[in-house]
Ligand binder design. Sequence first.
Ligand SMILES: CC(C)(COP(=O)(O)OP(=O)(O)OC[C@H]1O[C@@H](n2cnc3c(N)ncnc32)[C@H](O)[C@@H]1OP(=O)(O)O)[C@@H](O)C(=O)NCCC(=O)NCCS
Length: 186
Amino acid sequence: MLRRALWGIGAVWRRCKRFTATTYYRLVLQAVGPRSTFSPPVLITPQTDVHVGADCRVWHGVTISGEHDRGSLILADRVEVNVGVHLDVTGGLDVGADVVISAEVMVYTHDHGHDPHAPPVYLPKRICANAWIGARAILLPQCQRVGAGAVIGAGAVVARDVPDGAVVVGNPAKIIGYRQTPQVAA
Ligand SMILES: CC(C)(COP(=O)(O)OP(=O)(O)OC[C@H]1O[C@@H](n2cnc3c(N)ncnc32)[C@H](O)[C@@H]1OP(=O)(O)O)[C@@H](O)C(=O)NCCC(=O)NCCS
């Protein structure tokens, strides 16, 4: 009985924190669409240009950062950004509708050649509608387009563009097939 009550209190507490974080980000970000929520802690580099569509979920432990204040992020409608995801938005990141980014994925949009102290090279990236990025995948800056409905396997290291509907796995990621379920175009 006590345990159930404590679970209930925990749920209310988490809802309060989510409401507070969502309200805060509605105030500071350029746009946050209806019913989109942020579960704290979510860290976003100040001044980043962030546009979030409707019905998006940004889960706890997500970091959205850029090397400079001029990074930009667009999340279209119904995008799911799961726990512990890191989105580098230095070069600009555009995520299409219904994309799912699973836990602890890392997405990079800039590079430094062979010198980490060199000025960043900007490599904007688009993840097209309905793509699914499996847990702990890494999208390197040189992958600038993940095609509509593509599936990136868990743990993949993606160094090149991914065609529409392709399923890629491994390091470096290679195409093992094409998605069977019908997908909406980008
Ligand atoms: C890629 C994935 C969708 C499976 O696609 P699939 O087309 O059904 O592939 P299969 O399971 O038939 O596997 C085909 C081959 O790829 C390999 N493979 C599958 N997923 C792999 C992965 N993530 N990394 C490396 N190899 C993988 C399989 O071992 C198999 O190899 P084999 O032919 O030598 O036996 C799935 O494995 C995956 O990674 N899903 C993401 C899971 C996840 O992140 N969940 C988070 C919950 S939101």
